[in-house]
Design a protein around this ligand. Structure first.
Ligand SMILES: Nc1ncnc2c1ncn2[C@@H]1O[C@H](COP(=O)(O)OP(=O)(O)OP(=O)(O)O)[C@@H](O)[C@H]1O
Ligand code: SF4
Ligand SMILES: [Mg+2]
Length: 418
């Protein structure tokens, strides 16, 4: 990235042609982003002329987490659990209903106008659908250079040079700057999206399903690109995906979401070795293990029923209507009356389940992680995944292994961070 302008020293107030930036060494460990009790509710209204507020879609309903500088936090969960809404609230495409988002010590929630624009420049978003997220009427120079134009960074010639530099950085020929999005493949388009996200030298990138719409053969290239850029520029990522098998390879830590809440957070390795929330166990049980012997002994935990509506989440634990552990424990009352808070277990996992200790060492956990032969369930208990003789049952409910990829990110989303 030699020869680039220091875009961070500029604001919308005027151009500059400061010296090139150096990739700041990532001070891994320091908190870059803190989210406290974040809620994003979408109002449901009725009536055409006199609109009446009749309820809310509680897309995100009281979540807390932290992202440290230089790390990748994976955010996973089924379709509709609130992942994108979380990402968009962080870069302030959505205004939080309540709660705070502290970025580098500044609470973003109340910010407006120029102060918000300045902070937004430091947080960028990469969208899922590289077809819908690039303006088909702009050429690549216009798309990648738009954030620089909006923030009046450098002179026209410097901005053009910066665009060429960015294209080279993401592995595209700088001469492609004059071409239009329809002239590129999906993977190339996503590279253009990445170049645009890098234009203002952000600290944080929210990547919302950045590879879900790409061919499998291209997915690894984009993951490798993101990892290289993280090392090169000290980037911090919030990596959103519905597929735990994707997230676990690139995340330092993983947060699992269910119906607007975070149910488990742990370092990626720990989460994959010893998941302690029944929902995480179910997600992991759906990922095939590349060992035919182990795989033949595994049982996927199939969750019963559908995900409840976020407009009317179940009382108590939101997962109780589908929880295999609750069934196994004989339907304890607490599950349906008392909402579990996110607590830190002795193992270091943060988990929101009253009975997470029961998961450790269970047949379901052992099978889900493919650690070996399943152990028999505790005496007197009924395992939903194993019959009384330890053989797999065939009557469990369903969790899609890889829930269907939603068609696209909404094309109407405004350009973030500019
Ligand atoms: N602008 C909006 N207005 C009303 N409801 C919304 C809006 N955006 C999202 N929702 C609802 O909020 C909930 C969470 O949506 P969100 O897009 O955050 O989920 P997601 O986890 O990203 O799902 P997916 O994996 O399908 O992308 C869903 O029920 C969705 O229908
Ligand atoms: S609190 Fe109860 S319903 Fe919720 S995850 Fe734990 S066992 Fe299941
Ligand atoms: Mg989404």
């Amino acid at each position: 990235m030699s020869g680039m302008m220091d875009v961070r020293s500029t604001t919308a107030t005027g151009p500059t042609s400061a010296p090139p930036p150096k990739a700041a060494p990532a001070q891994v460990g320091q908190s870059l982003l803190r989210v406290d009790d974040l809620r994003v509710w979408f109002p449901i209204t009725e009536g055409l002329i006199f609109e009446r507020h009749i309820g809310d879609v509680r897309a995100v309903d009281g979540i807390d987490f932290e992202i440290r500088r230089g790390e990748t936090l994976g955010l996973v969960g089924e379709s509709g659990c609130g992942k994108s809404t979380t990402g968009r609230a962080i870069v302030r495409l959505y205004k939080p209903t309540t709660g705070s988002i502290t970025f580098d010590g500044v609470d973003l929630a109340p910010l407006e106008g120029a102060a918000l624009r300045r902070m937004r420049a430091r947080m960028q978003m990469i969208f899922q659908d590289p077809y819908a997220s690039l303006n088909p009427r702009m050429n690549v120079a216009g798309i990648v250079g738009e954030p620089l134009d909006i923030h009046s960074v450098g002179t026209k010639a410097e901005r053009n040079e910066r665009v060429r530099d960015l294209l080279a950085t993401v592995g595209l020929n700088p001469d492609f700057a004059v071409r239009y999005p329809h002239e590129f493949s999906g993977g190339q388009r996503q590279r253009i999206g990445v170049a645009r996200a890098l234009a203002l030298n952000p600290d944080l990138i929210v990547a919302d399903e950045p590879i879900s719409a790409l061919d499998v053969s291209i997915q690894a290239q984009i993951i490798n690109l993101l990892q290289r850029l993280q090392g090169e520029f000290g980037l911090t990522y919030l990596f959103i995906a519905h597929d735990l098998s994707v997230v676990r390879h690139i995340s330092d830590r993983i947060a699992v979401m269910y119906l607007g809440r975070i149910v488990e957070v742990a370092p990626s390795r720990e989460l994959n070795r010893e998941p302690v929330h029944p929902y995480t166990v179910a997600l992991l049980s759906a990922i095939p293990i590349p060992d035919p012997v182990v795989e033949s002994r595994r049982r996927r935990i199939i969750l019963k029923g559908d995900v409840p509506s976020p407009a009317a989440p179940p009382p108590g634990c939101r997962f109780h209507t589908r929880c295999w552990l609750r069934d196994r424990l004989g339907d304890p009352e607490r599950c349906s009356t008392e909402e579990p808070v996110l607590r830190t277990m002795a193992t270091g996992h943060d988990v929101a389940c009253h009975f997470a200790e029961e998961v450790a060492g269970s047949a379901e956990q052992v099978q889900a992680v493919g650690r070996g032969a399943p152990t028999a369930p505790p005496a007197g208990s009924v395992s939903p995944s194993l019959g009384p003789d330890g053989t797999p049952r065939r009557d469990l409910g369903a969790l899609p292994a890889t829930p269907p990829v939603p068609p696209s990110a909404p094309p109407s989303v405004p350009s973030p961070g500019v």
